[in-house]
Design a protein around this ligand. Sequence first.
Ligand SMILES: Cc1cc2nc3c(=O)[nH]c(=O)nc-3n(C[C@H](O)[C@H](O)[C@H](O)COP(=O)(O)O)c2cc1C
Length: 182
Amino acid sequence: MEFTELIVKRRSCRKYADKPVDHAVILEALKQAQMAPSWRNHQCARCYVVEAGDFLDGFRQRALPGGNPKNAENAVLIITTYVRGKEGFWENEAGQFEPANELGDKWGAYDLGLHDAYLILALENAGLSSLIMGLRHSDVIRRELEIPEEEDIVSVIAVGHRDAEPVLGPRKPLEETVRFIK
Ligand SMILES: Cc1cc2nc3c(=O)[nH]c(=O)nc-3n(C[C@H](O)[C@H](O)[C@H](O)COP(=O)(O)O)c2cc1C
């Protein structure tokens, strides 16, 4: 798909068709997401893919609050995390990692956001819609997926076949969000 068309077409999807999500397509999108830039190429994004099955059905209910379980029905779930203390950090002569500037681990979240942006666009390009969910129970997710303490759990991304055309959310005028300086 042409790139401009792709970024305009991608919308958060909250209704998925009861149709299998191909493992190979997810795998390929995850490979493409690895092309995202990261701090010193540390690549600290981590993904846990919960594919269709008995576990997914219960996990969706336990891991997500509010309307998210319903909105993510029929979708597989990709939990994305980053390894703390690496992105935005320098290794000193003693081999210890220390923050390079005031943002510290926020660079980990930044890099994961870049990774996830690539991921949802790669999925969209392959015909799969997605929904990033920041409302999730990280304690449940950590325990049930045995995610190491050194990783911060950030998002849960629902991925599946779109069953309804999502509404286009309005975007702010650029004058509100951008300033050009000469
Ligand atoms: C970090 C982040 C967290 C979000 N969390 C949720 C969520 O928990 N539930 C939900 O329905 N949508 C969630 N969204 C989706 C946003 O509401 C959506 O991206 C926004 O309204 C713009 O719509 P669009 O993605 O269709 O362009 C989240 C999006 C982002 C980027």
